[in-house]
Design a protein around this ligand. Structure first.
Ligand SMILES: [Zn+2]
Length: 377
């Protein structure tokens, strides 16, 4: 077995290769991104300041400078502080509430916006319909059960930006803290969501903010909203952000990446590990080893640590979606499906690759999206 000499991935990790010094392709990719963006160094900080200056000029005649999607988690909460307090931007916070939030995450959102005096738009879903969509994904056997939420968040942010004449959306992604995930998995689009819901759902899709291919392309061409990731430029360390937020705001840590939402927690802690034998936990743990924040031995312990919230989440999930123990057991053991097994728009993304190539050059779509969606897999 080969283990990367810098991080924690071994040759079982998807799409992994090693160079002659046993450094994996993910570490190499991260290093090259850090060099390109000048992450955490003078080059990156300067570039980010230029972006901020551009935003202030271009949004001068509007009420807001930018949209920030908020979840109550560390990254988005810290971003609110950073953009409002340090860079003096007029921020509009937008929250997509799929009604699976934990109490603590909702409290965190209000703790931040109240103290910072930031306006908040909350898009609350019709919870019966949203649960029907989520349940249909669970029944379908695909891995992407969090896809409907992720795509709706993207659409709701774009919609809010358009409504208020805002040309910039900030995203809290950090490749240094989270790593780069392999491109093979986690595919979803509007048609894919629609087709799974049509096959397994019981209700009609009426209120769910479905971003169809046409709506997505229209938004790229006509709204031209730029996606900015501040943590690709400036120094960001999650542990420090957690400490800072807990000390300076009435904000609480919820113990785990992306676990502020019960649906996401089910996906990370139960569904992916049990159904697909996959853990996303390894990405953040490997990133910590890469950043020399923890040792290999500590990583081992973290990987094997039982998540104590698992049992409660499983009970909540069954109750919420009205699944008996038998039904739940049946679907958890049913044959696995791939996104390719259902109608989707992947071909359209490939055909229109030149458009998306230009779009990613101008930050209108993430580069990772372009690489994943626009090439034949
Ligand atoms: Zn590595």
């Amino acid at each position: 077995m080969t283990i990367c000499s810098k991080c924690y991935y071994d040759n079982n990790y998807p799409e992994i290769t090693f160079d002659k010094n046993n450094v994996c392709n993910y570490c190499i990719q991260i290093e090259s991104l850090a060099n390109e963006y000048g992450t955490g160094r003078e080059k990156g900080i300067k570039k980010f300041q230029q972006i901020i200056n551009e935003i202030k000029v271009n949004q001068k005649n509007k009420k807001y400078d930018c949209v920030v999607g908020v979840s109550g988690g560390t990254d988005s909460s810290y971003m609110l502080h950073l953009l409002k307090e340090e860079y003096k931007l007029r921020v509009l916070a937008v929250h997509y509430d799929n009604t699976w939030n934990t109490e603590i995450s909702t409290r965190n959102i209000y703790a931040m916006i109240n103290k910072l005096n930031i306006d908040l738009i909350t898009h609350v879903v019709d919870n019966k319909e949203a649960d029907d969509i989520l349940k249909s994904f669970f029944m379908s056997g695909v891995a992407e059960i969090d896809g409907p939420t992720d795509l709706a968040v993207a659409f709701v942010l774009r919609t809010a930006a358009k409504k208020h004449g805002i040309k910039y959306i900030f995203e809290g992604h950090s490749f240094l803290e989270e790593g780069i995930t392999p491109l093979t998995n986690n595919y979803f689009d509007g048609k894919f969501i629609e087709s799974i819901h049509k096959k397994f759902g019981e209700m009609k899709m009426q209120n769910y903010p479905l971003m169809t291919f046409r709506k997505f392309v229209t938004s790229i061409i006509f709204d031209r909203v730029k996606l900015i990731r501040p943590f690709w430029y400036i120094n960001y360390q999650k542990e420090m952000a957690i400490e800072f937020l807990s000390k300076n705001y009435d904000w609480k840590y919820y113990d785990g990446h992306h676990l502020e939402n019960r649906m996401t927690a089910f996906y990370h802690l139960i569904y992916l590990p049990k159904r697909f034998n996959k853990s996303l936990k390894i990405n953040t743990i490997a990133a910590k080893v890469r950043n020399k924040a923890i040792s290999r031995k500590q990583a081992e312990e973290l990987i094997n640590k039982e998540d104590k919230a698992s049992k409660d989440i499983e009970v909540y999930f069954k109750k919420r979606l009205n699944l008996s123990d038998n039904e739940y057991g049946y679907y958890m053991g049913a044959p696995l499906k791939n996104w390719k097994d259902f109608p989707n728009d992947k071909k359209k993304f490939e055909i229109m690759r030149p458009l998306f190539f230009v779009a990613q050059k101008f930050n209108l779509v993430p580069k990772s999206f372009y690489l994943k969606y626009c090439f034949k897999k």
